[in-house]
Write a protein that binds this ligand. Structure first.
Ligand SMILES: [Cu+2]
Length: 104
């Protein structure tokens, strides 16, 4: 019982921290930052497989899935297993990573 309360507080603190970071992000970052972990990178196809937390702007819960990337050069900045924060949007019907940064 007490442990669950501690965990809930930790999750809340993490969430608040993420929100604070989003608010101080550059104005160019229109979509909210999402936490994720790189599962697989496909440079030839310009795709990245991510295990991600909730993506409010896409009305999506936490899951693992494949995204396109807005620019294939983004895939040179991350590797399998990296913890990342990224923004995603739906571009021409395809879920697309618009920006990504490691948080290792
Ligand atoms: Cu998803």
């Amino acid at each position: 019982m007490k442990l669950s309360h501690i965990l809930a507080a930790a999750v809340l603190a993490t969430t608040l921290g993420a929100q604070a970071q989003t608010q101080t992000a550059p104005a160019s970052a229109a979509a909210p930052l999402v936490e994720g972990e790189v599962r697989k990178i496909d440079k030839e196809q310009g795709k990245i497989s991510l295990r991600h937390g909730p993506i409010p702007n896409l009305d999506m819960g936490a899951m693992s899935m494949v995204f396109r990337v807005a620019d294939p050069k983004m895939l040179d900045t991350v590797k399998d297993g990296d913890k990342v924060k990224f923004t995603a949007d739906k571009i021409n019907g395809a879920f697309t990573v618009m920006s990504i940064q490691t948080t290792n």
